[in-house]
Design a protein around this ligand. Sequence first.
Ligand SMILES: [Zn+2]
Ligand SMILES: [Zn+2]
Length: 146
Amino acid sequence: MQTRNDPICDDFFIAKCKQHNLKITPQRTAIYNQLSRSKNHPSADLIFQEVKKPFPNISLDTVNRTLLTFSEIGIVDVVEGHGNPRRFDPDKKSHHHFYCIRCGGITDIYNKEYDNLKTVEEIEQKFIVLSKRVVFNGICDNCVGK
Ligand SMILES: [Zn+2]
Ligand SMILES: [Zn+2]
Protein backbone atom coordinates (compact mmCIF):
# COMPACT_ATOMS: atom_id res chain seq x y z
CA MET A 1 0.00 0.00 0.00
CA GLN A 2 1.15 3.43 -0.93
CA THR A 3 1.34 5.92 1.89
CA ARG A 4 1.90 9.65 1.89
CA ASN A 5 5.24 9.18 3.57
CA ASP A 6 6.79 6.89 1.00
CA PRO A 7 10.24 8.24 0.27
CA ILE A 8 11.05 9.36 -3.23
CA CYS A 9 13.82 6.98 -4.10
CA ASP A 10 13.89 6.86 -7.87
CA ASP A 11 16.70 8.94 -9.33
CA PHE A 12 15.45 8.42 -12.86
CA PHE A 13 12.06 9.90 -12.00
CA ILE A 14 13.56 12.86 -10.19
CA ALA A 15 16.07 13.58 -12.95
CA LYS A 16 13.42 13.48 -15.66
CA CYS A 17 11.06 15.75 -13.76
CA LYS A 18 13.82 18.27 -13.13
CA GLN A 19 14.96 18.15 -16.72
CA HIS A 20 11.44 19.02 -17.90
CA ASN A 21 10.57 21.43 -15.10
CA LEU A 22 7.85 19.19 -13.81
CA LYS A 23 7.18 19.83 -10.15
CA ILE A 24 7.63 16.70 -8.03
CA THR A 25 4.41 16.61 -6.04
CA PRO A 26 3.36 13.86 -3.62
CA GLN A 27 0.53 12.93 -6.02
CA ARG A 28 2.85 12.62 -9.00
CA THR A 29 5.27 10.58 -6.94
CA ALA A 30 2.46 8.29 -5.80
CA ILE A 31 1.29 7.78 -9.38
CA TYR A 32 4.80 7.00 -10.52
CA ASN A 33 5.46 4.66 -7.59
CA GLN A 34 2.24 2.83 -8.23
CA LEU A 35 3.02 2.33 -11.89
CA SER A 36 6.65 1.39 -11.39
CA ARG A 37 5.68 -1.29 -8.89
CA SER A 38 3.09 -2.93 -11.11
CA LYS A 39 4.03 -5.63 -13.52
CA ASN A 40 0.72 -5.81 -15.39
CA HIS A 41 0.87 -2.70 -17.59
CA PRO A 42 -2.04 -1.03 -15.81
CA SER A 43 -4.56 1.40 -17.26
CA ALA A 44 -4.97 4.87 -15.77
CA ASP A 45 -8.10 3.64 -14.03
CA LEU A 46 -6.26 0.82 -12.21
CA ILE A 47 -3.62 3.26 -11.00
CA PHE A 48 -6.35 5.70 -9.98
CA GLN A 49 -7.98 2.98 -7.83
CA GLU A 50 -4.74 2.61 -5.84
CA VAL A 51 -3.64 6.24 -5.70
CA LYS A 52 -6.98 7.50 -4.47
CA LYS A 53 -6.50 5.49 -1.26
CA PRO A 54 -3.84 7.86 0.09
CA PHE A 55 -5.18 10.79 -1.99
CA PRO A 56 -9.00 10.67 -1.85
CA ASN A 57 -9.34 14.01 -3.66
CA ILE A 58 -7.42 12.98 -6.76
CA SER A 59 -9.48 12.51 -9.93
CA LEU A 60 -9.16 9.94 -12.69
CA ASP A 61 -8.63 12.82 -15.08
CA THR A 62 -5.63 14.04 -13.08
CA VAL A 63 -4.14 10.54 -13.00
CA ASN A 64 -4.69 10.17 -16.73
CA ARG A 65 -3.15 13.55 -17.55
CA THR A 66 -0.21 12.89 -15.24
CA LEU A 67 0.50 9.56 -16.93
CA LEU A 68 0.35 11.19 -20.37
CA THR A 69 2.76 13.89 -19.18
CA PHE A 70 5.07 11.15 -17.89
CA SER A 71 4.98 9.46 -21.26
CA GLU A 72 5.63 12.74 -23.12
CA ILE A 73 8.79 13.39 -21.13
CA GLY A 74 9.94 9.79 -21.40
CA ILE A 75 9.36 8.51 -17.88
CA VAL A 76 6.93 5.77 -18.90
CA ASP A 77 5.69 4.20 -22.11
CA VAL A 78 2.20 3.99 -23.49
CA VAL A 79 1.65 0.49 -24.80
CA GLU A 80 -0.70 -1.10 -27.23
CA GLY A 81 -4.27 -0.48 -26.17
CA HIS A 82 -5.87 -2.96 -28.58
CA GLY A 83 -9.04 -0.88 -28.56
CA ASN A 84 -9.12 -1.01 -24.75
CA PRO A 85 -8.16 1.81 -22.41
CA ARG A 86 -4.62 3.03 -22.82
CA ARG A 87 -2.11 1.01 -20.83
CA PHE A 88 1.15 2.18 -19.34
CA ASP A 89 4.54 0.55 -18.97
CA PRO A 90 7.15 1.70 -16.45
CA ASP A 91 9.92 -0.42 -17.98
CA LYS A 92 11.99 1.78 -20.30
CA LYS A 93 14.45 -1.02 -21.08
CA SER A 94 14.07 -2.58 -24.51
CA HIS A 95 11.53 -5.36 -24.28
CA HIS A 96 8.65 -6.99 -26.10
CA HIS A 97 5.11 -8.00 -25.33
CA PHE A 98 2.82 -10.98 -25.46
CA TYR A 99 -0.78 -9.77 -25.42
CA CYS A 100 -3.51 -12.20 -24.37
CA ILE A 101 -6.71 -11.64 -26.37
CA ARG A 102 -8.79 -13.34 -23.65
CA CYS A 103 -7.71 -11.70 -20.39
CA GLY A 104 -5.93 -8.65 -21.82
CA GLY A 105 -2.79 -9.55 -19.90
CA ILE A 106 0.49 -8.21 -21.25
CA THR A 107 3.58 -10.29 -20.50
CA ASP A 108 7.05 -8.80 -20.88
CA ILE A 109 9.47 -10.67 -23.11
CA TYR A 110 13.19 -9.95 -22.99
CA ASN A 111 15.10 -11.14 -26.01
CA LYS A 112 18.33 -9.84 -27.55
CA GLU A 113 17.43 -11.02 -31.04
CA TYR A 114 14.20 -9.04 -31.04
CA ASP A 115 16.05 -6.02 -29.63
CA ASN A 116 18.34 -6.11 -32.64
CA LEU A 117 15.59 -6.62 -35.17
CA LYS A 118 16.58 -5.02 -38.47
CA THR A 119 14.20 -2.50 -39.96
CA VAL A 120 13.34 -3.03 -43.61
CA GLU A 121 14.32 -0.43 -46.18
CA GLU A 122 10.73 0.66 -46.76
CA ILE A 123 10.52 1.79 -43.13
CA GLU A 124 13.94 3.43 -43.06
CA GLN A 125 13.16 5.51 -46.14
CA LYS A 126 9.77 6.68 -44.99
CA PHE A 127 9.94 7.01 -41.24
CA ILE A 128 12.15 7.91 -38.32
CA VAL A 129 12.29 4.92 -36.01
CA LEU A 130 12.57 5.80 -32.32
CA SER A 131 12.04 2.37 -30.84
CA LYS A 132 11.06 -1.13 -31.82
CA ARG A 133 8.86 -3.64 -30.06
CA VAL A 134 7.72 -7.06 -31.10
CA VAL A 135 4.12 -7.72 -30.06
CA PHE A 136 2.61 -11.18 -30.06
CA ASN A 137 -1.14 -11.65 -29.81
CA GLY A 138 -2.49 -14.92 -28.56
CA ILE A 139 -3.77 -16.81 -25.57
CA CYS A 140 -1.67 -16.80 -22.41
CA ASP A 141 -0.81 -19.84 -20.30
CA ASN A 142 -3.45 -18.88 -17.73
CA CYS A 143 -6.21 -18.78 -20.32
CA VAL A 144 -5.29 -21.83 -22.41
CA GLY A 145 -7.91 -24.53 -21.93
CA LYS A 146 -10.36 -22.25 -20.16
ZN1 LIG B 1 -4.90 -14.62 -20.67
ZN1 LIG C 1 6.21 -4.15 -20.86
